[in-house]
Design a protein around this ligand. Structure first.
Ligand SMILES: Nc1ncnc2c1ncn2[C@@H]1O[C@H](COP(=O)(O)OP(=O)(O)O)[C@@H](O)[C@H]1O
Ligand SMILES: [Mg+2]
Length: 221
């Protein structure tokens, strides 16, 4: 359901070209739980951004759910992303001016549901991650572990087919990290595919398959 074939990605920083991927091949089956590991700078986040439709490949093919998305326009790209993909970042990336439930409700803006239904669904997701009583709190009033659980609720509120997490436990103590991983894995019981970039061997060990990325390529197993 996810396929990357001969994918390259070159970032441009002014006049400097930074090659991040140098011909990466990867297939991930629907419902699979995969960990991406490898040295810093190897291209793990870039792979995740390509799968998450946040970046376009310089060359090569990216297919999601059987559809070639290598050259989708910006509108189609954000539309597909907003309906099908949940993203969790290392730094939580919550909006400080919004309450917890408002952060969770954000992805629902792109769906045709009323404000009332948006709030209902956000509150239900917060309850699922054990934070019902924090709904009216702002991010600054939450612990790191709580912030990341809000971020997981925000990723899950659209019932994504694909959940992508970039070092989701990197800023957490091990107990909070385990709680966040538990919640990400719960998404799979709804049939979602889960791809987690991690440096943490304990996090990688929970995946069905560990994929190593080295120097812009996926190592064959
Ligand atoms: N937005 C960007 N602009 C320029 N270079 C980037 C950008 N993002 C990543 N890179 C570079 O691409 C390479 C791969 O980065 P990344 O995918 O973040 O690797 P990893 O997640 O494995 O640490 C690195 O050399 C990094 O510096
Ligand atoms: Mg990274």
């Amino acid at each position: 359901m996810i396929e990357l074939a001969g994918v390259t990605k070159v970032y441009r920083k002014g006049r400097v070209e930074v090659p991040a991927l140098r011909g990466a091949d990867l297939r991930i089956a629907e419902g699979e739980h995969v960990a991406l590991v490898g040295p810093s700078g190897a291209g793990k986040s870039t792979l995740l951004y390509l799968m998450g439709l946040m970046e376009e490949p310089t060359s090569g093919r990216v297919a999601l759910f059987g559809e070639d998305v290598s050259n989708l326009g910006d509108t189609a790209r954000s539309h597909l992303r907003g309906r099908t993909i949940g993203f969790v970042f290392q730094a939580f990336n919550l909006i400080p001016q919004l309450k917890a439930w408002q952060n969770v409700a954000l992805p629902l803006r792109y769906q045709r549901v009323s404000k009332r239904v948006q709030k209902e669904r956000a509150l239900a997701m917060l309850e699922r991650v054990g934070l019902a009583e924090r709904a009216e709190h702002y991010p600054a009033e939450l612990s790191g572990g709580e912030e990341q659980r809000v971020a997981v609720a925000r990723a899950m509120v659209i019932r994504p087919r694909l959940v992508l997490a970039d070092e989701p436990t990197g800023n957490l103590d091990s107990q909070s990290g385990r709680a966040v991983l538990d919640l990400l894995e719960e998404a799979r019981s709804d049939g979602a595919t889960l791809v987690v970039v991690t440096h943490d061997p304990a996090v990688a060990a929970r995946a069905e398959r560990v994929v190593r990325v080295v120097d812009g390529r996926v190592q064959p197993d």
